[in-house]
Ligand binder design. Structure first.
Ligand code: FAD
Length: 390
């Protein structure tokens, strides 16, 4: 086969079922055919390849763990992780589109939504007919979302939504936005805002050097009338958004590792072919040190992710374990991307190879869904019992 072979130094593949490997191969094949050939151009032009939304839906990459009955894949968490790993090996922006749709839009509608909301939104989101986005971050409230200003006021059969959200992935193309806002009692509520509602707009964010093939925008709410039937009945408080973020971060832990695997694979092959001073550069100790450290870190992260997947399947994974895996994969991937980029010399800064794109993308991945610092504090608090956030 000429499909990508992931590094597997500790035979982790033996821990996967045949179904897992089949799913991985199908996404791997898709990335090879539909993503890798086009993504560099889209990223260079800072354009979102909108046509992939339907493709990702057809492939089952949206809401893989949501039950089939509601338009999901009904798969386990290892399958979901492997899908995200393969997508992000293509591009972090493509994986972001899938993470947002599956974990931050479909999951909350499934977990917190009414039966009517599930039936109305999930099948169309699962198939990729509709794209969704998730609005939590605000201009003045990023790491501290509890301070959000976006709010809803009761107005009979509907609420009036005011405020704004910033840095929202998929926003410019989304038909549906899951938005978190405070009610008059000060409780955080989740609601589904639909494109076309009066006073709702999604201006595009320009000038990003990272995730250039993913569309990012603001959500602006100017006295938007949202029917009460669009409010999640089942959840109140920060645990709503945080619950979805745990699912999405789990996918990021696998995804970022996919980008790292791609960088390692390219650097390894390049080191065998590129000759300087009469030898392949891979024969020099300094380059071997980089490669040896890369494969060591990839292997450790692979095992961590796999174990986390098992705990997720058993319903035993804690948000703190997910946080650790997200932080670990982001650190491993950013370091590997930088080292791999240097190993390619001048070629490493071009779009001939995906490394620089991965490297720039990963700066967003290490920042969103909780910054690296914040995840470190999560672990710090978990092991000491002391809250160092404030
Ligand atoms: P800040 O919170 O202002 O942090 C600035 C710095 O201060 C960071 O280094 C941080 O680690 C540090 N810091 C903050 N608090 C503490 C503390 N207590 N102790 C120590 N250090 C601290 N959000 C969404 O809601 N939906 C999306 O779809 C989405 N997509 C995104 C896509 C991209 C490309 C990007 C870049 C961001 C996206 N985000 C999204 C927002 C993202 O989650 C936030 O950027 C992130 O949470 C950090 O918030 P901030 O940018 O306001 O940084």
């Amino acid at each position: 086969t000429d499909l990508f072979q992931s590094p597997d130094y500790f035979l982790v593949d033996e821990l996967l079922s045949d179904e897992h490997k089949l799913i991985r191969d199908s996404v791997r094949n898709y990335v090879k055919k539909e993503i890798s050939p086009i993504i560099e151009d889209y990223a260079q032009r800072a354009e979102f390849p909108e046509h992939i939304v339907k493709q990702l839906g057809d492939l089952g990459c949206f809401g893989p763990t949501v039950p089939v009955k509601y338009g999901g894949g009904g798969l386990d968490y290892i399958s979901y992780g492997l899908m995200m790993q393969e997508l992000e090996r293509g591009d972090s922006g493509v994986r972001s589109t899938a993470s947002v749709q599956g974990s931050l839009v479909m999951f909350p509608i499934y977990a917190y939504g009414s039966e009517e909301q599930r039936n109305k939104f999930l099948p169309k989101l699962g198939s990729g007919e509709w794209l969704g986005c998730f609005g939590l971050t605000e201009p003045d409230h990023g790491s501290n979302p509890a301070g959000m200003l976006t709010n809803i006021k009761d107005a009979g059969d509907h609420v009036i939504l005011n405020g704004s959200k910033m840095w929202i992935s998929n926003a410019p193309y989304a038909q549906v936005a899951v938005v978190w806002a405070k009610d008059e009692a000060g409780d955080i509520r989740g609601l589904i805002v639909e494109r076309g509602m009066e006073g709702f707009s999604t201006p595009t964010t320009h000038g990003k050097w990272s995730l250039r093939a993913s569309a990012t925008g603001e959500l602006v709410f100017d006295n938007v009338k949202v029917p009460k039937e669009n409010i999640f009945p089942e959840v109140k408080g920060l645990k709503g958004p945080l619950g979805c973020l745990t699912k999405a971060r789990y996918g990021i832990a696998w995804g970022a590792l996919g980008a790292a695997m791609d960088c390692y694979d390219i650097a390894l092959n390049y080191s065998k072919e590129r000759v300087q001073f009469g030898k392949p550069i891979g024969a020099f100790q300094l380059q071997q040190k980089k490669l040896a450290e890369m494969i060591t870190e990839i292997t450790k992260a692979q095992l961590l992710n796999w174990r986390l997947g098992v705990l997720m399947n058993e319903g035993r994974a804690t948000p703190q374990q997910v946080s650790m895996a997200k932080r670990n994969s982001c650190e491993v991937a950013t370091n590997i991307a930088r080292a791999a980029r240097q190993m390619l010399g001048g070629m490493g800064i071009t779009g001939e190879y995906p490394i620089m794109r991965h490297m720039m993308n990963l700066e967003s991945v290490i920042t969103y869904e909780g910054t690296h610092d914040i995840h470190l504090l999560v672990t710090g608090m978990d092991v000491t019992g002391f809250n160092a956030f404030k």
